[in-house]
Design a binder for this molecule. Structure first.
Ligand code: TXA
Ligand code: MG
Length: 328
């Protein structure tokens, strides 16, 4: 069981940064989902992330930094368009995949020659990162703070529920309230001539094209080495991911006694448990994971979801729902 901290002061964040530097884990809020953090240069600490998550060790981790000035040390090369994206969307829900430097070891990249980097837009996360850099830290490796294959946590309670039994008394969980975005960051492969989305999120194709002035590629064709592309491992792209215990059904008539999630404009069918009625697509993204968790708390066998239609963030929502409907 980990220590738990809410109302984090500057001193508390400095203490949390020390805990990370000493090799323990700190779960912390970000605007997307909660992350389970470790010093990204400490092999032993990073190994514990995999243990606690129950995640295969060859899956790469995102390195979180507080500012662009900490980016250079992690990478060898960055295309113009990636700089434009970073300037436009960082801090924010976007991860850039770039050519790694020596600092990004195999235990971070899963043995690939690229590294994923993100500057999160959350004051607690940035406060923790600042304090961590002040202690000489280069970056915090952090996957979503859930057991492998399960729904990402968007509150500190959800992290506790997922991981507390696997955490040690020297580990720490920071409570920063509910995550604002609610879906994991957009992952953009920036190793080719054109940006390529590996995982859709709140930074949409349209936003990327506008900021970069380039067309987003949806194939491996712009790669200099096509074979490399096949090797990229995005664990979030495994099919059975983001799955609650209940079975998830998409765009089907719900059966009696099941859970139901849909935009508020859609009425609740008789005899089902309404788990969420978001008014907007943005709110849909923000509440979807906690609504799935609520279905499990209520021991529902099945959850029916009327998916939001359209482009942008709705694409990211449908991407996650499709996987959660595949079950575990
Ligand atoms: O919003 C987020 O990205 C959250 C918060 C905590 O920052 N983090 C997150 O981490 O979702 P995780 O580990 O649950 O998902 C990160 C995904 C994984 O599917 C991983 O395979 C992929 O990013 N990834 C990391 N480094 C990569 C790389 N070098 N190449 C390709 N994919 C990479
Ligand atoms: Mg994850």
């Amino acid at each position: 069981m980990s220590q738990f901290l809410s109302n984090c002061s500057v001193e508390a964040l400095a203490a949390a940064a020390r805990i990370l530097r000493e090799g323990s884990l700190v779960a912390f809020p970000t605007e997307t989902v909660y992350g389970l953090g470790a010093d990204a240069t400490n092999a032993k600490a990073v190994a514990r992330i995999y243990e606690v998550k129950g995640r295969p060790a060859d899956h790469p981790l995102i390195v979180h930094i507080a500012d662009m000035k900490y980016l250079q040390q992690w990478i060898t090369d960055i295309p113009e368009y990636a700089i434009a994206l970073a300037r436009k969307f960082w801090p924010g829900p976007m991860t850039l995949i770039l050519q790694r430097s020596e600092l990004a070891k195999d235990f971070i990249t899963g043995g690939q020659d690229t590294v994923g980097i993100r500057i999160p837009a959350n004051s607690l996360a940035l406060g923790l990162l600042d304090a961590f850099h002040n202690l000489g830290g280069a970056g915090i490796a952090a996957p979503s703070a859930n057991r492998f294959g399960q729904v990402s946590p968007t509150t500190a309670d959800a992290v506790r529920e997922e991981l507390d039994e696997f955490l040690a008394s020297t580990d720490l969980l920071l409570d920063g309230g509910a995550s604002e975005v609610g879906l994991e960051s957009t992952i953009i492969d920036c190793t080719g001539k054109l940006p390529r989305i590996l995982r859709p999120g709140a930074i949409t194709t349209e936003m990327i094209e506008k900021a970069s002035g380039l067309k987003v590629s949806d194939s491996a064709e712009n790669k200099t080495d096509n074979n490399k592309q096949e090797e990229i491992r995005v664990s979030g792209s495994l099919e059975n991911h983001y799955a609650p215990k209940a079975r998830v059904f998409l765009d089907q008539q719900p059966v009696l006694g099941s859970g139901f999630i849909a935009l508020s404009e859609i009425e609740t069918p008789a005899g089902v448990v309404r788990l969420a009625a978001p008014k907007t697509i943005k709110e849909f993204a923000r509440v979807i994971y906690s609504a799935l968790r609520e279905g499990d708390h209520q021991n529902l066998d099945s959850i029916y979801i009327a998916q939001p239609t359209g482009d942008g963030l709705a694409i990211a929502i449908r991407d996650r729902l499709l996987r959660s409907a595949k079950g575990r």
